[in-house]
Design a binder for this molecule. Structure first.
Ligand SMILES: Cc1cc2nc3c(=O)[nH]c(=O)nc-3n(C[C@H](O)[C@H](O)[C@H](O)COP(=O)(O)OP(=O)(O)OC[C@H]3O[C@@H](n4cnc5c(N)ncnc54)[C@H](O)[C@@H]3O)c2cc1C
Length: 415
């Protein structure tokens, strides 16, 4: 006796495939198929099937579950079997020599919400070398499962071994959603993987949501130079792949002691097949500006009028122990280096306090800073759009206001 599939009831959701502890089920043309050699009649798949498409002698479902299943079958509109074969939400954990980038936790927070809305598992994919000790930390940021590939060929980030390994995992396990960081590494990897698995990719998303009826991932990002927010869906290919910049999504709480299931996999690629070799790492010189990690940012714009006037911004930032940001117009005027630029083509920031001085509030600037906890705008034009997103606004000339503010903070903070 093995589990029987009632084909007319099967909607190809894949819940049974994901649940079976013995790998005894698969989806063939969108319909569940049982491997009698592997099936142990444990009943796990029968319990989880939402449409009573699996039966096992002696197994009885509670009456209300049976009623619900009948409703699901009645309402069900058949979909593309290929799309239906994909199940679950994945987040790629970005790490460099074992140090995990914070954006990975932010993505796990976003992934958790999507997985809960879909009623599926959230899994993380950890690729690297000697990174197994990080698995427990990954669970603590909210995932149910970790797919780990720990191999010397993955020690340094290189496009081929990483993209081949991730594409191989996607082909094998078929997640419906894959989220990656829109960092230098993530941008390189996401496009290669999407091409390899034959799906689309929405880069630099600012919002991710599930459309209730269709279960599609709604991927929102700025388009046409940031003047419109476009919501993109990937209807006919899987997985639905999206990348998100650091600091766009909120950091989830770490839940110490939270645990999950570890799936260890192997990569197919060998070192001798990789053409790129890392010979040496040379750290970038000059002073680094960690805008994306700053708690306080004082940013200056074109309204400052001259390069020299940026000193007002540096003085206030210094008094507050903050970091200096800038609008693109100020960068293009040659007043400050591009590493200070905040916005769509600069850095996305999420500080506790963002003080915008002489910045009008163009949409391309706002998309990079509007999730700051508190926004203070200083502008001589009372109708400047920046005031629409500001919690506090001061209308006036920065040359009069900034020295007063700087002095007052210096006295109060003893800075
Ligand atoms: C594809 C694309 C990508 C872009 N990416 C970015 C980006 O990443 N980041 C970005 O910032 N922009 C970006 N931009 C440019 C953006 O559209 C705006 O042009 C830019 O943000 C304007 O900078 P600003 O506010 O400093 O200058 P302005 O718009 O010229 O505003 C200057 C402000 O200073 C005020 N002011 C003048 N004098 C004083 C004074 N004495 N005291 C107080 N206030 C004063 C004025 O009232 C005015 O509101 C992008 C544009 C495009 C098309």
């Amino acid at each position: 006796m093995t589990v029987e599939v009632i084909r007319k009831n099967c909607i190809g959701c894949g819940a049974c495939v994901q649940t079976c502890p013995f790998d005894a089920l698969d989806l063939v043309d969108g319909i569940a198929v049982v491997d009698p050699e592997k099936c142990t009649d444990c009943g796990a798949c029968v319990a989880v099937c939402p449409t009573m498409a699996l039966s096992l002698e002696g197994y009885r479902k509670p009456e209300e579950t049976v009623k619900k299943a009948e409703e699901v079958i009645k309402e069900f509109k058949p979909k593309d079997p290929i799309v239906n074969a994909y199940f679950g939400v994945w987040v790629l954990i970005e790490q460099s020599y074992g140090e995990i980038a914070d954006v990975s936790w932010e993505l796990l927070g976003a992934g958790r919400r999507l997985a809960d809305d879909l009623g599926v598992d959230l899994a993380a994919v950890l690729l690297g070398y000697q990174v197994k000790d990080k698995v427990n930390l990954v669970y603590e940021y909210g995932c149910d499962k970790v797919f780990l590939v720990d191999d010397p060929v993955l020690k340094d980030y290189r496009t081929d071994p990483y993209s081949i390994t991730l594409a191989m995992l996607i082909d094998k396990y078929k997640p419906e959603i894959v989220l990656m960081a829109a960092t230098t590494q993530g941008r390189d990897l996401a496009g290669h993987v999407a091409t390899k698995v034959g799906t689309g990719l929405t880069a630099d998303c600012t919002e991710l949501k599930i459309e209730e009826e269709s279960r599609l991932l709604l991927q929102t990002r700025p388009a046409f130079g940031g003047n419109v927010m476009a919501t993109i869906v990937c209807r006919n290919h899987r997985p639905q792949m999206a990348s998100v910049r650091p600091r766009v999504m909120a950091m989830p709480e770490r839940q110490e002691g939270r645990t999950g299931t570890l799936v260890e996999e192997k990569t197919e690629i060998k070192e001798e097949e990789v053409f790129t070799k890392i010979l040496e790492f040379i750290a970038q010189g000059g002073s680094a500006v960690y805008l994306d990690r700053a708690d306080v940012i004082v940013a200056g714009g074109k309204g400052l009028g001259t390069k020299e006037n940026f000193q007002y911004i540096f003085d206030l930032a210094d008094a507050l122990g903050g970091t200096v940001g800038a609008s693109r117009a100020a960068v293009e005027a040659g007043w400050i280096d591009v590493i200070h630029q905040v916005g769509q083509t600069g850095v996305t920031v999420r500080p506790k306090v963002y003080i915008a001085v002489g910045i009008s509030g163009a949409i391309q600037h706002l998309v990079g800073m509007q999730t700051a906890d508190v926004i203070v705008a200083i502008n001589k034009d009372p109708d400047a759009p920046i005031f629409k997103v500001a919690n506090y606004g001061i209308v006036g000339d920065f040359q009069k206001l900034l020295p007063l503010l700087t002095e007052s903070f210096r006295q109060k903070l003893g800075s």
